[in-house]
Design a protein around this ligand. Sequence first.
Ligand SMILES: [Zn+2]
Length: 360
Amino acid sequence: MAGSFLWRGLPAAFVCIAIHECVLASARAWSGCFSPGVTSGCHTMRGAFHLFSFKGIAVSMQPFFLVLIVVLTIGLGDLMSSLIFAACAIIGLLVHEFGHALVARRYGLNPDIVLTAFGGVTRFALSPNARQGFRITLAGPLSGLALAGVSYGAFLLVQMTMGAGFLPAHPPLNTFFRFMIWVNLVWSIFNLIPVMPMDGGKLMAGILAKFLKPARAARAGGVVSIVFSVLLLLYALYSGSMFMIVITGYLLMLNVGMLREIFSSPDRKRDAQKNLQAERIYERGLVAARGHRWEELELLGHQMKQAAVSPDQLGRAYEFLTIACTNLYKYEEALGYARRAPQTDAVKQAAARSERMLNR
Ligand SMILES: [Zn+2]
């Protein structure tokens, strides 16, 4: 059981918990040029009720969290193993989230923890800056690794003091130790995979933002995130776990969407600037045309041709050029522009005049 459980069930469970901030954070995960922040928000979450507080950090739970625990423990074999796994998963999740939250509390960010259908979320009343966000994010997986280490130490201590035969003679305790070690180890390592919006993805974003310009860091991070999402999906397909395929597929889709956003946004911004520029040139061109300043109109026509982002703007640039060239006695040039300009009355008149002058 241990083998198939470890290689099939466990990774699925970890991916699910590892994307604990997925749904809540996806909208803002890549915003702010990749600041490695952790989900922040207002301190009320629908349907969550208060469980307990520790060191001033409130822990609440949405009822759907119980559904997650049931889904994760289904198919683990006997009831005892399932219950022990559920206990280990909840302990591991809380230690991970408290890792985030305790560091955030040190920065005075007033954090709280909510257990949701997607695992746990640490939220803040105030958003951390990049440096704080990096440390807060790192603290989660590090706490998990520390817990795995402590569990392993306790396991060795029990074996040393009680004898090698003690744990095999007490299967529930034996299972508890093994789950505590593996759940926290594998989960923490999984969470450090550089895929957004897992902790590893946020840490990678923070590191890239240190060395690269914001736009470049966003693109590089997006590509790395996609590569690792694909690897995760391939692993899921190899494992044959339907649950894991769905989760990793979702993760990949999320990252493709983010990458598309990253690659299109600078262009869109540039286009918006060019669009505004073209419209300003157009207005100046209208004034020049009204004042019969044809040389200026020709110059503005060329400028607008460069700045145009839409076929409509390009057409209006050719319209300016047709009219300007006709009035500057450049008839052949004017006819060339007229063919590409929208056939407005002004263009038709200018083209007819150019043709007349050429045929004379
Ligand atoms: Zn985390």
